[in-house]
Design a binder for this molecule. Structure first.
Ligand code: MG
Length: 588
């Protein structure tokens, strides 16, 4: 069935290409399709056309004409004038005919029922990875081996909010702000001084329509004013290496969703009640003190350990992944910032009391990202009670638990270097950036949001809206050479429809901020870094169960802007893996 879907899209694409190539392009007043110069266009408008007239007059001199009409058009050759007998072109009618023709093509391209092409269990490749060459698999713990339910976000939010009121004497009214699931999204930037939450694209432009002060959107004009007449934010403000510029912070952690929501709620309270405040103080009190307290004082660990069933998702699949890798002779290791008692309890729940049998090296409280780039802290061993030992670490042994340490000692003691190591983590900066850029391990990003976003992409509404949005954009690109007043009105209507389509496709993901991967058409700041710091990315490590351990992941060869899209690569690799996954179902 899925193969048939892919085939029908392929045929529709080919029909589409063939059809568009036969569409005669129309330039101003019927001139050549490559587009007249601005001067020519002005001349054309001045040259006799009456705005709004149904049959514009021909410009006085025509040197080029289009297609079949060529012989019928008036020409000036060697001073001799030939008058035309052809009917005058109605620009408005012509443009709407192209529009309707494109609509029909899009309908053929995405006929009803052709959706559900993406499987949420796919693994996507930014870079070619051959699993046959990977002998050693490493894992982060939180949001990598252990995925958590949304109930945890609400608990973090409630506890930090109450801490603000009780310990920092924030107004009682803030207690009335309940947690709003899905108000924010991972990868957003927060302007610390202005108290604004926003989405920024790969080129450092704020996506207009996605800037929030408190719980309310900031109008586009005000955003432009706030940033000096532009929506571009300079590099030095947005980005240190780990996403912390002097004026902005990027929230890259899955744990940061409740933190962003609390910032929005607290800002909203002060704004709504017209209370003067400094957003910098608010940021420090929320992010450093209240949220920090939840993590540092171990509240979060306590809640999870007290009710594993409520907070931990898909433990069986974590067991299946580790069991499969170990039974194929792969070496496994764990590097986590969490404490041993917490990891031990969670792993016993998901994998069983003998979970440590799967791992050759276990490192807790590693202090990533410093673990990957400092060589200061030596490893320390914990005894079976979790107490620190003082012996010098000369080897990393199976069955032992180590704390702190650094990657340089890890590499020296294990010899696990280069492409034979694949490390999975959810934090692009703390887990993956240094490994990719400095150490040459292969990296796999865990992006749990892929599951929800894939569900949206698989809907008929999204598929049709996006395809029509792209087709309309292409139409605008080709037809913008029409400068008559009639044409301009049509193009304005199309631009308006394009804006509406952009809003529709954005809101399907998240009404405030849209997809975490794209602004309107650009990759987000998050997305660009995901491509840069990960070889592979997937919704959870359980996606590995769909692939043979000698499988090679090939990235899609997406045409660069200057390249002709000569290959139908999208039909072979990348997203269209549904048929393959059906065949591999026996692995699970
Ligand atoms: Mg993590």
């Amino acid at each position: 069935m899925a193969r048939q879907k892919v085939g029908s899209i392929g045929r529709a694409l080919l029909r589409h290409r063939g059809a568009t190539s036969t569409v005669p392009a129309l330039a101003c007043g019927g001139l050549a399709s490559n587009g007249p110069s601005p001067a020519a266009a002005q001349k054309c408008c001045r040259g006799g056309e009456t705005c709004g007239s149904e049959a514009p007059k021909a410009p006085p001199h025509r040197h080029h004409v289009v297609g079949k009409k060529r012989s019928e058009e008036s020409l000036t050759v060697s001073g001799r004038a030939y008058s035309s007998t052809a009917p005058k072109i109605n620009h408005k009618t012509y443009l709407w005919a192209r529009y309707n023709e494109m609509k029909r093509l899009v309908h053929d391209l995405i006929p009803p029922g052709v959706c559900n092409l993406l499987n949420p269990s796919n693994i996507y490749a930014n870079n070619e990875v051959n699993l046959a060459e990977v002998d050693i698999y490493g894992f982060d713990y939180d949001y990598t081996l252990a995925l958590y339910s949304n109930a945890l976000d609400a608990m973090i939010y409630d506890t930090a909010r109450d801490f603000l009121v009780k310990h920092y004497k924030y107004p009682e009214g803030i207690s009335k702000y309940e947690y709003i699931p899905n108000f924010t999204a991972r990868g957003l930037h927060y302007d610390i001084q202005k108290g604004l939450l926003m989405k920024i694209d790969a080129f450092h432009y704020i996506q207009l329509g996605t800037v929030y002060r408190g719980l309310k959107p900031v109008p586009d004009e005000e955003v432009m004013e706030l940033y000096g007449g532009t929506n571009h934010v300079p590099l030095h403000q947005v980005s240190g290496f780990y996403g912390k510029g002097p004026k902005m912070k990027q929230y890259m952690d899955v744990f940061s969703i409740p933190e962003m929501t609390l910032l929005a709620a607290a800002n909203d309270y002060f704004i709504t009640n017209d209370i003067e405040y400094d957003p910098v103080h608010l940021y420090k009190d929320v992010s450093v003190s209240a949220i920090g307290m939840v993590h540092i004082k171990g509240y979060m660990y306590k809640w999870i350990m007290q009710d594993l069933e409520k907070y931990i998702l898909r433990g069986d699949e974590t067991y299946a992944v580790l069991d499969r890798l170990a039974s194929h002779g792969k070496k496994l290791f764990l590097i986590t910032n969490s404490p041993f008692s917490f990891v031990d309890k969670g792993m016993k729940y998901m994998v069983g009391k003998d979970w440590r049998e799967f791992f050759d090296v276990v490192i807790v409280q590693a202090d990533k990202p410093h673990f990957f780039n400092d060589c200061v802290k030596p490893f320390r061993r914990l005894d079976s009670n979790g107490d620190l030992q003082w012996d010098k670490i000369k080897s990393l042994d199976k069955g032992q638990i180590y704390k702190q340490g650094n990657l340089f000692d890890f590499l020296r003691l294990t010899g696990w270097r280069g492409s034979k190591v694949l490390y999975f983590g959810d934090h692009l900066y703390s887990d993956l950036a240094d490994l990719m850029l400095r150490h040459g391990w292969r990296t796999g990003a865990i992006v749990p949001e892929l599951e929800v976003e894939t569900r949206v992409v698989n809907t008929e509404q999204y598929a049709q809206s996006l395809t029509w949005l792209q087709a309309l954009t292409g139409l605008l690109e080709r037809m913008q050479v029409n400068h008559t007043c009639q044409s301009k009105k049509v193009l304005e209507d199309w631009l308006k429809e394009r804006e509406e389509l952009r809003a529709v496709t954005k809101n399907l993901f998240n009404p405030q901020f849209g997809s975490i991967f794209r602004t309107c058409h650009n990759p987000t700041y998050f997305s660009r870094r995901l491509c840069r710091f990960s070889d592979l990315y997937m919704a959870s490590i359980s996606c590995l169960l769909n692939y043979d351990l000698s499988y090679t992941f090939y990235p899609r060869r997406t045409p660069l802007q200057h390249e002709a899209p000569l290959w139908m690569d999208q039909l072979c690799t990348g997203c269209m893996k549904t048929p393959f996954l059906e065949e591999m179902a026996h692995i699970r």
